[in-house]
Design a protein around this ligand. Sequence first.
Ligand SMILES: *Cc1c(COP(=O)(O)O)cnc(C)c1O
Length: 398
Amino acid sequence: MPGYELFGAEERKEVNDVLETGILMRYAFDGPRKGIWKAKELENAIQETFGCKYAQLTSSGTGALTTALAAMGVGVGDEVIMPTFTFVASFEAVLSVGAIPVLVDVDDTLTLSPAAVKAAITPRTRCIMPVHMCGSMADLDALLAIARENGILLLEDACQSIGGTYKGKALGTIGDAGTFSFDFVKMITCAEGGVVMTNDASIYTKADGYTDHGHDHLGVDRGADLHPFIGYNYRISELHAAVGLAQIRKLPNFLAIQKRNHAALKAHLEAIPGVAFRRVPEGGDDSCSFISWFLPTAEQTQAAVEEMRSQGILAGNFYWYNNNWHYIRKWDHLKQAGALHRLSPEQTNALQQLGSSDFSVSDKVLSRCVSTAISLAWTPEQIKEKGEKMAAVIRKVL
Ligand SMILES: *Cc1c(COP(=O)(O)O)cnc(C)c1O
Protein backbone atom coordinates (compact mmCIF):
# COMPACT_ATOMS: atom_id res chain seq x y z
CA MET A 1 0.00 0.00 0.00
CA PRO A 2 2.41 2.75 1.06
CA GLY A 3 3.53 5.35 -1.47
CA TYR A 4 6.59 6.06 0.68
CA GLU A 5 8.11 2.89 -0.73
CA LEU A 6 8.48 4.63 -4.10
CA PHE A 7 9.60 8.06 -2.94
CA GLY A 8 12.16 9.87 -5.07
CA ALA A 9 13.17 12.63 -7.42
CA GLU A 10 9.58 13.61 -8.31
CA GLU A 11 8.70 14.38 -4.67
CA ARG A 12 11.98 16.25 -4.12
CA LYS A 13 11.33 18.41 -7.18
CA GLU A 14 7.85 19.45 -6.00
CA VAL A 15 9.09 20.21 -2.47
CA ASN A 16 12.01 22.19 -3.88
CA ASP A 17 9.61 24.40 -5.87
CA VAL A 18 8.17 25.46 -2.50
CA LEU A 19 11.54 25.79 -0.79
CA GLU A 20 12.73 28.08 -3.60
CA THR A 21 10.06 30.66 -2.77
CA GLY A 22 9.95 29.98 0.98
CA ILE A 23 6.16 30.42 1.01
CA LEU A 24 5.18 27.38 3.02
CA MET A 25 1.55 28.39 3.61
CA ARG A 26 -1.23 27.56 1.17
CA TYR A 27 -3.03 30.90 1.41
CA ALA A 28 -2.05 34.52 0.64
CA PHE A 29 1.46 35.85 -0.17
CA ASP A 30 0.37 36.02 -3.80
CA GLY A 31 3.40 38.01 -5.02
CA PRO A 32 6.30 36.22 -3.32
CA ARG A 33 4.94 32.75 -4.06
CA LYS A 34 5.59 33.32 -7.79
CA GLY A 35 2.65 31.28 -9.02
CA ILE A 36 3.39 28.22 -6.81
CA TRP A 37 0.12 26.91 -5.32
CA LYS A 38 0.77 23.25 -4.49
CA ALA A 39 -2.29 22.70 -2.29
CA LYS A 40 -4.61 24.18 -4.92
CA GLU A 41 -2.92 22.10 -7.59
CA LEU A 42 -3.31 18.92 -5.55
CA GLU A 43 -7.00 19.65 -4.95
CA ASN A 44 -7.52 20.04 -8.70
CA ALA A 45 -5.62 16.80 -9.34
CA ILE A 46 -7.80 14.99 -6.77
CA GLN A 47 -10.99 16.27 -8.43
CA GLU A 48 -9.76 15.08 -11.82
CA THR A 49 -8.30 11.75 -10.72
CA PHE A 50 -11.24 10.63 -8.61
CA GLY A 51 -14.10 12.40 -10.39
CA CYS A 52 -15.58 14.60 -7.70
CA LYS A 53 -16.68 18.22 -8.02
CA TYR A 54 -14.89 19.49 -4.92
CA ALA A 55 -11.83 18.55 -2.85
CA GLN A 56 -10.70 20.25 0.36
CA LEU A 57 -7.28 19.29 1.68
CA THR A 58 -6.75 18.98 5.43
CA SER A 59 -3.82 18.40 7.78
CA SER A 60 -4.76 14.73 8.34
CA GLY A 61 -7.35 12.08 7.56
CA THR A 62 -8.72 12.48 11.07
CA GLY A 63 -9.06 16.22 10.39
CA ALA A 64 -10.82 15.39 7.12
CA LEU A 65 -13.40 13.22 8.91
CA THR A 66 -13.95 15.88 11.57
CA THR A 67 -14.29 18.58 8.91
CA ALA A 68 -16.71 16.51 6.85
CA LEU A 69 -18.94 15.82 9.86
CA ALA A 70 -18.97 19.50 10.83
CA ALA A 71 -19.65 20.59 7.24
CA MET A 72 -22.57 18.16 7.07
CA GLY A 73 -23.98 19.67 10.25
CA VAL A 74 -23.47 16.61 12.47
CA GLY A 75 -23.14 17.68 16.10
CA VAL A 76 -24.27 17.34 19.70
CA GLY A 77 -26.82 14.60 20.30
CA ASP A 78 -26.57 13.21 16.78
CA GLU A 79 -25.82 9.53 16.35
CA VAL A 80 -23.29 8.36 13.77
CA ILE A 81 -23.33 4.67 12.87
CA MET A 82 -19.83 3.28 12.35
CA PRO A 83 -18.19 -0.17 12.27
CA THR A 84 -16.49 -2.08 15.12
CA PHE A 85 -13.53 -2.67 12.78
CA THR A 86 -11.86 0.57 11.72
CA PHE A 87 -9.08 2.89 12.82
CA VAL A 88 -9.51 4.85 16.06
CA ALA A 89 -9.78 8.06 13.99
CA SER A 90 -13.40 7.19 13.15
CA PHE A 91 -14.72 7.57 16.68
CA GLU A 92 -12.27 10.37 17.49
CA ALA A 93 -13.82 12.48 14.72
CA VAL A 94 -17.38 11.68 15.79
CA LEU A 95 -16.68 12.53 19.44
CA SER A 96 -14.84 15.73 18.51
CA VAL A 97 -17.96 17.30 16.98
CA GLY A 98 -20.02 16.31 20.02
CA ALA A 99 -21.83 13.44 18.32
CA ILE A 100 -22.38 9.89 19.57
CA PRO A 101 -20.57 6.98 17.88
CA VAL A 102 -22.89 3.99 17.49
CA LEU A 103 -20.76 0.94 16.77
CA VAL A 104 -22.25 -1.95 14.84
CA ASP A 105 -21.05 -5.29 13.47
CA VAL A 106 -19.09 -5.92 10.30
CA ASP A 107 -19.65 -8.83 7.91
CA ASP A 108 -17.40 -10.84 5.57
CA THR A 109 -16.72 -7.68 3.53
CA LEU A 110 -14.82 -6.53 6.70
CA THR A 111 -17.04 -3.43 6.58
CA LEU A 112 -20.43 -2.33 7.91
CA SER A 113 -23.11 -5.01 7.79
CA PRO A 114 -26.17 -3.36 6.19
CA ALA A 115 -28.48 -5.47 8.38
CA ALA A 116 -26.69 -4.28 11.52
CA VAL A 117 -26.92 -0.68 10.34
CA LYS A 118 -30.64 -1.01 9.73
CA ALA A 119 -31.18 -2.39 13.21
CA ALA A 120 -29.25 0.51 14.79
CA ILE A 121 -31.23 3.37 13.24
CA THR A 122 -33.03 5.60 15.74
CA PRO A 123 -34.72 8.99 15.37
CA ARG A 124 -31.36 10.53 16.39
CA THR A 125 -29.30 8.88 13.63
CA ARG A 126 -27.85 11.64 11.43
CA CYS A 127 -25.12 9.84 9.53
CA ILE A 128 -23.85 6.43 8.44
CA MET A 129 -20.07 6.21 8.23
CA PRO A 130 -18.88 3.13 6.32
CA VAL A 131 -15.14 2.56 6.49
CA HIS A 132 -13.66 0.93 3.39
CA MET A 133 -11.06 -1.10 5.26
CA CYS A 134 -7.93 -2.66 3.79
CA GLY A 135 -8.42 -1.58 0.20
CA SER A 136 -11.94 -2.83 -0.44
CA MET A 137 -15.38 -1.46 0.19
CA ALA A 138 -18.68 -1.60 2.00
CA ASP A 139 -21.86 -2.57 0.20
CA LEU A 140 -22.59 1.01 -0.79
CA ASP A 141 -25.85 0.45 -2.68
CA ALA A 142 -27.40 -1.23 0.35
CA LEU A 143 -26.11 1.47 2.72
CA LEU A 144 -27.19 4.34 0.44
CA ALA A 145 -30.68 2.81 0.22
CA ILE A 146 -30.90 2.72 4.03
CA ALA A 147 -29.61 6.30 4.27
CA ARG A 148 -32.12 7.63 1.71
CA GLU A 149 -35.02 5.71 3.21
CA ASN A 150 -34.31 7.30 6.57
CA GLY A 151 -33.27 10.76 5.38
CA ILE A 152 -29.77 10.47 6.82
CA LEU A 153 -26.31 11.33 5.50
CA LEU A 154 -23.58 8.97 4.31
CA LEU A 155 -19.90 9.78 4.91
CA GLU A 156 -17.38 7.38 3.37
CA ASP A 157 -14.11 6.88 5.23
CA ALA A 158 -12.01 5.80 2.25
CA CYS A 159 -8.71 6.60 3.99
CA GLN A 160 -7.40 3.06 3.39
CA SER A 161 -8.88 2.52 -0.05
CA ILE A 162 -7.47 5.19 -2.34
CA GLY A 163 -7.84 3.89 -5.88
CA GLY A 164 -10.65 1.39 -5.22
CA THR A 165 -13.90 1.81 -7.15
CA TYR A 166 -17.53 0.78 -6.80
CA LYS A 167 -19.71 0.51 -9.92
CA GLY A 168 -17.23 2.66 -11.82
CA LYS A 169 -16.98 5.45 -9.26
CA ALA A 170 -14.01 6.17 -7.01
CA LEU A 171 -14.46 5.20 -3.35
CA GLY A 172 -14.84 8.39 -1.33
CA THR A 173 -16.88 10.17 -4.04
CA ILE A 174 -20.13 8.21 -3.72
CA GLY A 175 -21.64 9.35 -0.41
CA ASP A 176 -22.62 12.90 0.60
CA ALA A 177 -18.92 13.30 1.38
CA GLY A 178 -15.86 11.07 1.56
CA THR A 179 -12.35 11.27 2.94
CA PHE A 180 -8.83 10.05 2.20
CA SER A 181 -5.82 10.09 4.49
CA PHE A 182 -2.37 10.89 3.12
CA ASP A 183 -0.48 9.91 6.27
CA PHE A 184 2.87 8.18 5.91
CA VAL A 185 1.59 4.62 5.43
CA LYS A 186 -1.27 5.30 3.06
CA MET A 187 -1.50 4.56 -0.68
CA ILE A 188 -0.30 8.05 -1.50
CA THR A 189 1.36 10.12 1.18
CA CYS A 190 1.92 13.79 2.01
CA ALA A 191 3.76 12.74 5.22
CA GLU A 192 0.62 14.02 6.96
CA GLY A 193 -2.55 15.13 5.20
CA GLY A 194 -6.08 14.29 4.16
CA VAL A 195 -8.92 15.41 1.94
CA VAL A 196 -12.68 15.85 2.05
CA MET A 197 -14.34 15.09 -1.28
CA THR A 198 -17.93 15.98 -2.16
CA ASN A 199 -20.21 16.89 -5.04
CA ASP A 200 -22.22 19.21 -2.79
CA ALA A 201 -21.25 22.90 -3.12
CA SER A 202 -22.55 23.76 0.34
CA ILE A 203 -20.61 20.97 2.10
CA TYR A 204 -17.49 22.05 0.22
CA THR A 205 -17.81 25.74 1.09
CA LYS A 206 -18.26 24.87 4.75
CA ALA A 207 -15.30 22.44 4.68
CA ASP A 208 -13.15 25.13 3.05
CA GLY A 209 -13.92 27.64 5.80
CA TYR A 210 -13.89 25.15 8.67
CA THR A 211 -10.29 24.08 7.98
CA ASP A 212 -9.13 27.73 8.12
CA HIS A 213 -10.70 29.41 11.16
CA GLY A 214 -13.97 30.07 9.32
CA HIS A 215 -12.40 32.33 6.68
CA ASP A 216 -14.80 32.87 3.76
CA HIS A 217 -11.89 33.10 1.26
CA LEU A 218 -13.94 35.45 -0.89
CA GLY A 219 -11.63 38.44 -1.21
CA VAL A 220 -8.03 38.95 -2.27
CA ASP A 221 -7.01 40.28 1.17
CA ARG A 222 -6.86 37.43 3.68
CA GLY A 223 -6.91 39.91 6.54
CA ALA A 224 -10.26 41.25 5.39
CA ASP A 225 -11.98 37.84 5.07
CA LEU A 226 -15.26 37.51 6.94
CA HIS A 227 -16.08 34.61 9.25
CA PRO A 228 -19.62 33.37 8.61
CA PHE A 229 -19.11 30.53 11.15
CA ILE A 230 -16.61 29.23 13.69
CA GLY A 231 -13.82 27.12 12.27
CA TYR A 232 -10.52 25.59 13.36
CA ASN A 233 -7.10 25.09 11.83
CA TYR A 234 -6.92 21.88 9.83
CA ARG A 235 -4.83 23.43 7.03
CA ILE A 236 -2.30 21.46 5.03
CA SER A 237 1.05 23.13 4.33
CA GLU A 238 2.51 23.71 0.88
CA LEU A 239 5.40 21.36 1.71
CA HIS A 240 3.05 18.49 2.50
CA ALA A 241 0.84 19.20 -0.52
CA ALA A 242 3.94 19.23 -2.76
CA VAL A 243 4.79 15.65 -1.74
CA GLY A 244 1.21 14.59 -2.43
CA LEU A 245 1.25 16.18 -5.85
CA ALA A 246 4.21 14.04 -6.93
CA GLN A 247 2.56 10.98 -5.39
CA ILE A 248 -0.86 11.36 -7.05
CA ARG A 249 0.83 11.43 -10.46
CA LYS A 250 2.35 8.04 -9.62
CA LEU A 251 -0.94 6.52 -8.42
CA PRO A 252 -1.73 4.64 -11.68
CA ASN A 253 1.70 3.04 -11.46
CA PHE A 254 1.30 2.25 -7.73
CA LEU A 255 -2.05 0.58 -8.41
CA ALA A 256 -0.73 -1.46 -11.34
CA ILE A 257 2.18 -2.78 -9.24
CA GLN A 258 -0.08 -3.42 -6.27
CA LYS A 259 -2.62 -5.40 -8.29
CA ARG A 260 0.13 -7.47 -9.89
CA ASN A 261 1.76 -8.28 -6.52
CA HIS A 262 -1.64 -8.99 -4.97
CA ALA A 263 -2.54 -11.48 -7.70
CA ALA A 264 0.82 -13.21 -7.52
CA LEU A 265 0.67 -13.69 -3.75
CA LYS A 266 -3.02 -14.62 -3.73
CA ALA A 267 -2.33 -17.45 -6.20
CA HIS A 268 -0.31 -19.22 -3.46
CA LEU A 269 -3.13 -18.96 -0.90
CA GLU A 270 -5.99 -19.70 -3.29
CA ALA A 271 -4.55 -23.11 -4.00
CA ILE A 272 -5.17 -24.23 -0.39
CA PRO A 273 -8.55 -25.84 0.33
CA GLY A 274 -10.06 -24.21 3.44
CA VAL A 275 -8.73 -20.71 2.79
CA ALA A 276 -11.42 -18.11 2.01
CA PHE A 277 -11.12 -14.43 1.18
CA ARG A 278 -13.01 -11.28 2.12
CA ARG A 279 -16.11 -10.65 0.03
CA VAL A 280 -15.87 -7.74 -2.39
CA PRO A 281 -19.38 -6.38 -3.01
CA GLU A 282 -20.70 -6.89 -6.56
CA GLY A 283 -19.51 -4.09 -8.84
CA GLY A 284 -16.55 -3.34 -6.60
CA ASP A 285 -12.92 -3.13 -7.65
CA ASP A 286 -10.52 -3.75 -4.76
CA SER A 287 -7.50 -1.41 -4.63
CA CYS A 288 -5.57 -4.55 -3.59
CA SER A 289 -3.60 -2.94 -0.79
CA PHE A 290 -4.11 -6.08 1.34
CA ILE A 291 -5.09 -9.71 0.90
CA SER A 292 -7.55 -10.46 3.68
CA TRP A 293 -7.94 -14.20 4.17
CA PHE A 294 -9.94 -16.42 6.51
CA LEU A 295 -9.28 -19.86 7.98
CA PRO A 296 -12.22 -22.02 9.08
CA THR A 297 -11.78 -21.47 12.85
CA ALA A 298 -10.37 -18.86 15.22
CA GLU A 299 -8.06 -21.52 16.74
CA GLN A 300 -6.54 -22.40 13.36
CA THR A 301 -6.09 -18.70 12.55
CA GLN A 302 -4.34 -18.02 15.85
CA ALA A 303 -2.15 -21.08 15.32
CA ALA A 304 -1.18 -19.77 11.87
CA VAL A 305 -0.33 -16.36 13.35
CA GLU A 306 1.81 -18.01 16.05
CA GLU A 307 3.57 -20.20 13.50
CA MET A 308 4.31 -17.16 11.30
CA ARG A 309 5.63 -15.38 14.36
CA SER A 310 7.94 -18.23 15.29
CA GLN A 311 9.22 -18.50 11.71
CA GLY A 312 9.89 -14.75 11.62
CA ILE A 313 7.49 -14.10 8.73
CA LEU A 314 4.74 -12.29 10.62
CA ALA A 315 5.75 -8.77 9.53
CA GLY A 316 3.09 -7.26 7.27
CA ASN A 317 0.46 -9.77 8.43
CA PHE A 318 -2.22 -8.20 10.60
CA TYR A 319 -4.37 -10.24 12.99
CA TRP A 320 -6.89 -7.49 13.70
CA TYR A 321 -8.69 -9.42 16.43
CA ASN A 322 -5.75 -8.77 18.79
CA ASN A 323 -4.85 -5.33 17.41
CA ASN A 324 -4.86 -2.27 19.67
CA TRP A 325 -5.74 0.27 17.00
CA HIS A 326 -8.32 -1.24 14.70
CA TYR A 327 -10.81 -3.39 16.58
CA ILE A 328 -13.20 -2.65 19.41
CA ARG A 329 -12.00 -5.53 21.60
CA LYS A 330 -8.90 -3.56 22.68
CA TRP A 331 -10.42 -0.07 22.78
CA ASP A 332 -10.59 0.12 26.58
CA HIS A 333 -10.04 3.89 26.56
CA LEU A 334 -13.17 4.24 24.44
CA LYS A 335 -15.27 1.86 26.52
CA GLN A 336 -14.21 3.74 29.66
CA ALA A 337 -15.06 7.09 28.01
CA GLY A 338 -11.47 8.04 28.82
CA ALA A 339 -11.41 11.58 27.43
CA LEU A 340 -9.23 14.37 28.82
CA HIS A 341 -12.17 16.76 28.91
CA ARG A 342 -15.79 16.27 29.93
CA LEU A 343 -17.92 14.47 27.33
CA SER A 344 -21.67 14.99 27.09
CA PRO A 345 -23.73 12.67 29.30
CA GLU A 346 -25.15 11.04 26.15
CA GLN A 347 -21.66 10.36 24.83
CA THR A 348 -20.42 8.95 28.14
CA ASN A 349 -23.44 6.75 28.48
CA ALA A 350 -23.16 5.40 24.93
CA LEU A 351 -19.44 4.67 25.34
CA GLN A 352 -19.85 2.89 28.66
CA GLN A 353 -22.50 0.66 27.13
CA LEU A 354 -20.02 -0.51 24.49
CA GLY A 355 -18.24 -2.59 27.13
CA SER A 356 -21.24 -4.87 27.56
CA SER A 357 -22.53 -4.85 23.98
CA ASP A 358 -22.64 -8.08 22.00
CA PHE A 359 -20.27 -7.95 19.05
CA SER A 360 -20.02 -11.71 18.61
CA VAL A 361 -20.84 -11.38 14.89
CA SER A 362 -17.80 -9.14 14.40
CA ASP A 363 -15.72 -11.43 16.64
CA LYS A 364 -16.57 -14.42 14.43
CA VAL A 365 -15.35 -12.54 11.35
CA LEU A 366 -12.24 -10.88 12.77
CA SER A 367 -11.00 -13.84 14.84
CA ARG A 368 -10.63 -15.86 11.62
CA CYS A 369 -9.11 -13.10 9.50
CA VAL A 370 -5.54 -12.14 8.67
CA SER A 371 -4.73 -9.26 6.32
CA THR A 372 -1.44 -9.39 4.46
CA ALA A 373 -0.21 -5.96 3.36
CA ILE A 374 0.92 -5.78 -0.26
CA SER A 375 4.24 -4.04 -0.78
CA LEU A 376 5.07 -2.03 -3.89
CA ALA A 377 8.73 -2.92 -3.46
CA TRP A 378 8.54 -6.74 -3.64
CA THR A 379 10.44 -8.57 -6.35
CA PRO A 380 8.81 -11.63 -8.02
CA GLU A 381 11.30 -13.83 -6.14
CA GLN A 382 10.30 -12.28 -2.81
CA ILE A 383 6.62 -12.85 -3.55
CA LYS A 384 7.28 -16.47 -4.44
CA GLU A 385 9.25 -17.05 -1.25
CA LYS A 386 6.64 -15.29 0.88
CA GLY A 387 3.77 -17.15 -0.79
CA GLU A 388 5.40 -20.55 -0.34
CA LYS A 389 6.25 -19.91 3.32
CA MET A 390 2.75 -18.66 4.12
CA ALA A 391 1.16 -21.58 2.28
CA ALA A 392 3.32 -24.04 4.23
CA VAL A 393 2.26 -22.47 7.54
CA ILE A 394 -1.42 -22.58 6.62
CA ARG A 395 -1.27 -26.18 5.41
CA LYS A 396 0.45 -27.12 8.66
CA VAL A 397 -2.30 -25.70 10.89
CA LEU A 398 -5.29 -26.86 8.83
C1 LIG B 1 -5.36 6.37 8.46
C2 LIG B 1 -6.82 6.34 8.71
C3 LIG B 1 -7.53 7.46 9.18
C4 LIG B 1 -6.87 8.71 9.72
O1 LIG B 1 -5.93 9.26 8.98
P1 LIG B 1 -4.72 10.14 9.64
O2 LIG B 1 -4.29 10.86 8.41
O3 LIG B 1 -3.70 9.19 10.14
O4 LIG B 1 -5.30 11.03 10.64
C5 LIG B 1 -8.89 7.35 9.29
N1 LIG B 1 -9.55 6.23 8.98
C6 LIG B 1 -8.90 5.14 8.55
C7 LIG B 1 -9.70 3.92 8.21
C8 LIG B 1 -7.53 5.14 8.41
O5 LIG B 1 -6.90 4.03 8.03
